[in-house]
Design a protein. Structure first.
Length: 128
């Protein structure tokens, strides 16, 4: 796969788009992904447990935001960091970020999965 194709697939995942064709309307609501892409027919959930990777991406993204917020809070308020405020802010972020990042983690995972496992004939036929 060329670098341009790789960059395009990753960017589509970050923008909540179908990694195969770039279609934007793949979510009915914030938490509800359609079964297949309305434009190219790509089936999003291939098998039971398919979204384990998306959960890992969501956890990793949440941890990254937590660490950045905690370190920034400590650096900006050192030598007397307000521990109670930092704790409240980071707990709130740990509750909010996974909810807000949820659809993005799914499309990022779909992009990674598509990059790692090229579509075979059955998946192409199933999509049409």
């Amino acid at each position: 796969m060329s670098r341009a194709a790789l960059a395009r697939a990753v960017l589509r995942g970050l923008l909540k788009r179908c990694p195969k064709c770039g279609e934007a309307k793949i979510f009915r609501r914030w938490f509800t992904l359609v079964a297949r892409c309305p434009r190219c027919g790509l089936v999003f959930e291939c098998e039971e447990g398919h979204w384990t990777g998306a959960m890992a991406i969501n956890i990793g993204g949440t941890e990254l935001v937590f660490v950045v917020a905690l370190v920034a809070g400590l650096v900006l308020t050192w030598p007397a960091p307000p521990i109670a405020w930092l704790l409240a802010i980071t707990i709130a972020l740990n509750a909010l970020v996974p909810v807000l990042f949820y659809p993005f983690s799914k499309t990022i995972w779909i992009s990674i999965d598509l990059l790692l496992h090229a579509l075979d004939e059955r998946e192409l036929l199933r999509g049409s």
